[in-house]
Design a protein around this ligand. Structure first.
Ligand code: SAM
Length: 237
């Protein structure tokens, strides 16, 4: 269904070598996504070229700026239909991947699809701000990722509590980010993070993308993340 050669080349441009097993798995994931989308709203992008560029390559761009160590513990927050988390796992099956979302329906799709190709991810049905207060998840991860989930200020409160000191949080953004980053600067500091690098690139004809890499430099104070209503009403300043 997808043009595997095109995906292989796109990944190569990120310095990433995808083998035949990975390419087959991407093909099956795309097929399952388009098929399931007929009865469950998973994504607005269902054409093969769109899936390759806007889902797979966009997600894989994370690996162009950050290379997790072997069997690193990773969490994708607000994974939806598995982006970027499932994609990272297909490219790097050694990763210990947790996929978190507040919506069960999409997680079911992700779980079934990954299992059908012999991959395992821990599926976590929870709001990020609840799981982030539980000791089994708090400051346990080498890498946290999130794409299209929330404004960076709120997103940092959702994501940084999961990251261990020394680990990294990568926020994936498609729109202009300068203002968003400036507004989030103090929140990131309060949560124990420090902006490390900001990487902007062009995702083929799909426009600009920005990857914001935030290092966890100290523990997140216990009061964060706050309950959802508080985060929404009083974003950290
Ligand atoms: N990351 C996926 C992608 O880029 O295709 C999905 C993006 S979708 C626009 C946002 C997802 O984040 C939804 O699946 C939603 O349920 C989830 N989400 C938003 N806020 C959340 C929170 N506080 N805790 C858990 N999931 C959340």
């Amino acid at each position: 269904m997808i043009d595997k050669e095109d995906l292989r080349k796109g990944a190569e441009s990120f310095g990433l070598a995808l083998d035949e097993t990975a390419l087959d798995r991407f093909d099956r994931y795309a097929e399952a996504l388009a098929e399931t989308n007929k009865h469950l709203n998973l994504t607005a992008i269902t054409d093969p070229e769109g899936i390759v560029t806007k889902h797979f390559l966009d997600s894989l761009s994370v690996l162009s700026v950050y290379s997790p160590k072997h069997s690193a513990r990773c969490i994708d927050i607000g994974t939806g239909a598995g982006f970027p988390g499932s994609t990272l796992l297909i490219a790097r099956p050694d990763l210990q991947m947790t996929l978190l979302d507040g919506t069960q329906k999409k997680l079911h799709f992700v779980d079934e699809t990954l299992q059908s190709m012999g991959l395992y991810a821990k599926i976590l049905h929870s709001r990020a701000e609840e799981a982030g207060q539980r000791s089994e998840y708090r400051e346990q991860f080498d890498l946290a990722t999130a794409r299209a989930v929330a404004n960076l200020r709120e997103l940092s409160e959702y994501c940084l509590p999961f990251v261990k000191v020394g680990g990294t949080f990568i926020a994936m953004k498609s729109q202009k980010t300068e203002e968003e980053i400036a507004e989030a600067a103090n929140a990131i500091h309060l949560l124990g993070g420090r902006i490390d690098t900001i990487h902007t690139f062009s995702l083929r004809d799909a426009g600009e993308r920005t990857l914001i890499l935030i290092k966890k430099v100290s523990q997140t104070p216990p009061k964060y993340p706050r309950p959802s209503a508080k985060i929404a009403k009083q974003p950290l300043k």
